[in-house]
Ligand binder design. Sequence first.
Ligand code: 0O2
Length: 221
Amino acid sequence: ERLAFMSRFRADITRFQMEHQFAVDEMLTKVTILRQEFAHLHHYNPIEHVTSRVKAPESMLRKAIRKGITPDLETIRSELTDIAGIRITCSFIADTYRILDTLTSQDDVRVLEIKDYITNPKPNGYKSLHAIVSIPIFLSTGPVDVTVELQIRTVAMDFWATLEHKIFYKYDGDVPQELIDELTDAARTATELDERMERLHSEIHGANGVIDTTTAHVGED
Ligand code: 0O2
């Protein structure tokens, strides 16, 4: 009986992970289409790079326990919104909002929540746009709605968040105050850089940010 339970549990978890991977794949296709369209029609690429991941079962369980959620798959599905995650790094602040609008206005994307940590940064200085969305994936057994977390940020915000994340884990969440202050200050510098770059960009290319075809550089990851 125990063996049967184990094998059922393993099958359930595989299916659960697969559904989230399919949702990530769907979202990535949407992002690829946007990138190609921008590159070919507007000769401008607002997206610098894209990463994605499906949270591993161990981190899923750890997060569920940390949040006091019953660690069964259906509760995890409804309570943890970042099992499927896509991170889009853009060149400029205006691009982050443009990409957010474009993706969240698509018919099959249902917006569950938007958190604008660019306008309202976290106290430590963290900035990003977060969109929790639900998209359908089509399996042989029928459609399933899967939640995906989109994180959209600039290169400077990403640089800061990556370092902060590493420091947070290195100190196991107990970061010395000195370092916290340093990081908060660095976040201000990142914001200044973003604002200066954005000003320069619009001075050169106009407010809509579309680059002249003769100077266009279409980068691929
Ligand atoms: P990981 O390892 O990136 O997956 P919650 O998701 O419930 O813990 P909340 O407030 O509901 O927190 O969601 P929020 O604030 O939108 O944060 C979700 C994710 O945003 C985090 O996932 C991080 O990826 C990122 N994030 C939020 N705040 C910070 C921050 O201060 N610094 C950095 N570097 N990233 C942040 P995880 O699961 O915490 O981490």
